[in-house]
Design a protein around this ligand. Structure first.
Ligand code: ADE
Length: 225
């Protein structure tokens, strides 16, 4: 999968993709990430990318021309399955959406700043709008990093143990069960006996029940769905 991210603060996107699973995905050639610096498409000698909003009011708006030029230059080289604008008023990101997006070939992500981008881009160019939650970040970069991480780890071949993504929380509409590792006892706190029994069917059953009771306790809304 190739992902192009358009940003005015490319530095914010340097570290998140250079470690751990996403680093491995890139090294394996499964995830090809590129950050496009919007400033390169800015207007005039100051490389302007934002302007006052029509009708007045506080806050700048990201101008249409630089973004349109940046998007067009990327589109000239390949077709994109989705052109995604990260915005708090978008569709809420969830595991189902991450699963679906992880199967795409080419994605373009647009990171907003200030009051957002000129509405005409949303009407005519953007194909999808995604929010990572009901709060406002100072820019779309951290939201883009969250989205790339959530779907990058799902790209077939990225995780060594393929089944481990399937047993994540939310994959079956429930939270994942509790997990333990050595030692079997610490400060008198014990790992449930069943997990040490080696009895696969009973362990599976324990995990199912644990997942259900955890979900009922922590996220009853998921069970209603
Ligand atoms: N940009 C600012 N806040 C955001 C959010 N919550 N989700 C996605 N993009 C954003």
């Amino acid at each position: 999968m190739r992902i192009d991210i358009i940003s005015i603060v490319p530095q914010l996107l340097e570290s998140p993709f250079q470690h751990s699973i996403l680093k491995r995905a890139r090294e394996k050639g499964l995830l090809d990430l590129h950050v496009c610096d919007l400033r390169n498409f800015g207007l005039g000698k100051n490389k302007q990318v934002d302007d006052y909003q029509y009708g007045g009011g506080a806050g700048m708006v990201m101008m249409i021309e630089p973004l349109y030029e940046a998007i067009s230059s990327l589109k000239q080289k390949r077709d994109y399955d989705e052109i995604i604008y990260l915005t708090p008023d978008g569709e809420r990101l969830d595991q189902k959406m991450a699963n679906a997006l992880s199967l795409k070939q080419n994605l373009m992500l647009i990171c907003g700043h200030y009051k957002g981008i000129d509405e005409r881009l949303r009407e005519h160019v953007v194909t999808r709008e995604i929010s990572i939650g009901d709060y406002v970040l100072s820019g779309g970069e951290l939201a883009a990093a969250v989205l790339v991480d959530a779907l990058g780890r799902l790209i077939p071949g990225v995780l060594n143990d393929e089944s481990s993504a399937l047993s994540d929380s939310f994959q079956d509409g429930m939270l994942a069960p509790a997990v333990y590792t050595r030692p079997a006892e610490f400060l008198g706190w014990k790992v449930p006996d069943i997990l040490l029994s080696g009895h696969e069917a009973k362990i599976e059953d324990w995990r199912d029940k644990n997942a259900i009771s955890r979900t009922r306790r922590k996220r009853p809304d998921l069970l209603k769905e």
